[in-house]
Write a protein that binds this ligand. Structure first.
Ligand SMILES: NC(=O)c1ccc[n+]([C@@H]2O[C@H](COP(=O)([O-])OP(=O)(O)OC[C@H]3O[C@@H](n4cnc5c(N)ncnc54)[C@H](OP(=O)(O)O)[C@@H]3O)[C@@H](O)[C@H]2O)c1
Length: 248
């Protein structure tokens, strides 16, 4: 993987240590800071055959893993948790070393946003994890579903009445000291996060693929005001671009 920008001119090979330095969260956070981690085809599709895997590359996977490794919590929509068969985050040597070096908890919990509390206690996110998932739902969600998830060990939190209140979600995570928030999408959750102006950084991999029409973009949902970003780094590997933008 090479850094194309910023450099002194020539592309620079990026070591794992440099990648960590580039992609680390801002130091000494005292309030929540949200990074979104997404992949898109060159023509803007967020999926190929209903999954993001067809757009990925080992370099993109490295950036994706780093987002998790350096986070206090991973935030995801229920649609993605189901489509991508999310389970709890597992320990691995590099993850443990990175987290120990920064004084982070051994593993970040996955926080899943769901209006309808549509997860099932059998889903791997609930059943196959060492850290209980945080289920962020609303009072309109059926009480029996909330209770079933609580009984299965999930940490169920009601944040909103008719629908999940995303600014309240971010505040709630901050109250727990979970400031480094890695949002892995999907498009509908990201649309809501964008509408509420909650995105501080976008890590976007652009895959050299023309996926054709049909798939969602990386955001979907009601229209909202455009937000300006500034580009902070550009990495490349085999024609894939790993772009990092911050709130302008
Ligand atoms: N290209 C990428 O980087 C990328 C990343 C992630 C996912 N994906 C793909 O995207 C697809 C899933 O898309 P998606 O848009 O359905 O996923 P999503 O945003 O992960 O999930 C949508 C679901 O999350 C809950 N939700 C999301 N936003 C909410 C909000 N503002 N308030 C309350 N609940 C909210 C709702 O759950 P309930 O229905 O349970 O209420 C909603 O149905 C999959 O095919 C996945 O592979 C691609």
């Amino acid at each position: 993987m090479y850094a194309l920008w910023p450099t002194d001119g020539e592309p620079i090979e990026v070591t794992d240590a440099e990648l960590e330095r580039l992609y680390d969260y801002p130091p000494e956070l005292t309030t929540p800071w949200v990074q979104a981690n997404m992949v898109s085809s060159a023509d803007g599709a967020a999926t190929v055959d209903g999954r993001s895997a067809g757009l990925s590359h080992p370099a993109d996977k490295k950036v994706f893993a780093l987002g998790r490794d350096l986070a206090d919590v991973v935030l995801v929509g229920a649609g993605t948790a189901k489509a991508e068969r999310y389970a709890g985050i597992k320990p691995r040597e590099l993850r443990t070393a990175r987290r120990q070096a920064r004084g982070l908890s051994p593993l970040p919990p996955i926080a899943v946003v769901t209006d309808r509390c549509s997860l099932s206690p059998d889903d791997p996110l609930v059943a196959d994890t060492t850290v209980p998932p945080i289920v962020l739902t609303c009072s309109a969600a059926p009480a029996d579903r909330r209770d079933a998830l609580s009984e299965a060990g999930a940490d169920v939190v009601v944040v909103g009445e008719d629908s999940v209140d995303l600014p309240a979600v971010v505040r709630h995570l901050g109250e727990r000291g979970l400031y480094r928030i890695d949002c892995e999408g999907g498009p509908r959750l990201l649309g809501g996060m964008l509408a509420a102006d909650l995105i501080d950084q976008l890590c976007l991999t652009v895959s050299p693929i023309l996926a054709g029409p049909g798939a969602d973009r990386i955001v979907t949902g009601p229209a909202c005001a455009p937000r300006s970003l500034h580009l902070v780094s550009v990495l490349s590997a085999d024609g894939f671009l790993m772009l990092r933008y911050r709130r302008a």
